[in-house]
Design a binder for this molecule. Sequence first.
Ligand code: BYC
Length: 325
Amino acid sequence: MYAQMVKSEKAIGGPELETFQARIDAGEKIEPKDWMPAGYRKTLIRQISQHAHSEIVGQLPEGNWITRAPTLERKAILLAKVQDEAGHGLYLYCAAETLGVSRDKLTEMLLDGRMKYSSIFNYPTLTWADMGAIGWLVDGAAIMNQVPLQRTSFGPYARAMVRICKEESFHQRQGFDIMMKMAQGSASQKRMAQDALDRFWGPSLMMFGPPDTESVHTEQSMKWQIKMNSNDELRQKFVDQTVPQADYLGLTIPDENLRLNKKTGHYEFSEPDWNEFFEVLGGNGPCNSERLAARNKAWDDGKWVRDGMMEHARKKATKESEVSE
Ligand code: BYC
């Protein structure tokens, strides 16, 4: 359906499409009221809302550890981080709404499983070291993907990304700080840190999406500058950045094939388990049903608040219209 839509627009071509592409190639921002191809709008809605949903669902694995943080300071930091993720979700839903879709509709599509969120959040957080691994690796991967998106062609998305990236870099540092503390701690703390790295390494590589050869959207999205890099380019950058950090921590990346290719200056590494990735995308990851159940419960439990707010707004509007008459 998506491919068909894009194809028919290409077939139609025409001056509008050419002018649109020329604006993008010249680095101009596309704003919500500007003309845009239906496929561009649809791709943005899909990507921005998948990103927004990821921020919201992403609160769950870390939220799981707020009550069990080892110190008051760590608890305050984790609480602030999880709140930041909620804020990121809100900026992104607002950016998506400028494209003519309502936040309620997007939420409905997340809750009934029609829309995706990042695969990474379907893995459990088993120990406190996982808070370190998530900050270091998951936020690290997110930054790698999102820094270039500050230059994406759609204005509201690019602007939302500026603030998100600032906060994500704080998140990444707090994760690295936890890992450093654990890696330099007792033998059992170091084991916990290594175990968290072992479990989160593969899923973090999967965050960048399938290999370029299997990516459905990359080619068109890069042409429209909705994506600035391909999945494999960003995955490579992430590995190149992260391996020296693991060395610094004294931890071992769980990949026997990992080696620096001196000629290219890049690390060679094993592909993650792509069968597992597609299983997780299909709803069969370790925590998919738990995550969706938690979001559905939150939505149902919040109904009385939404109803109360709507009623309050309705009464206020009625009163104001009576006064103005
Ligand atoms: N998980 O053609 P492709 C965060 C889907 S970080 C789930 O390459 P695209 C956070 C893809 O949607 C995470 N689904 O797609 C961090 C497509 O399916 P549909 C969020 C995935 O869109 C820390 C299909 O596979 N970040 O929020 O060109 C704390 C084919 O893939 C995944 C973003 O969303 C995945 N890992 O590229 C808290 C960044 N990978 O839609 C929160 C913005 C692929 O056709 N998004 N799929 O049914 C992007 O940059 C791109 O959407 C992706 C995928 C790189 C993720």
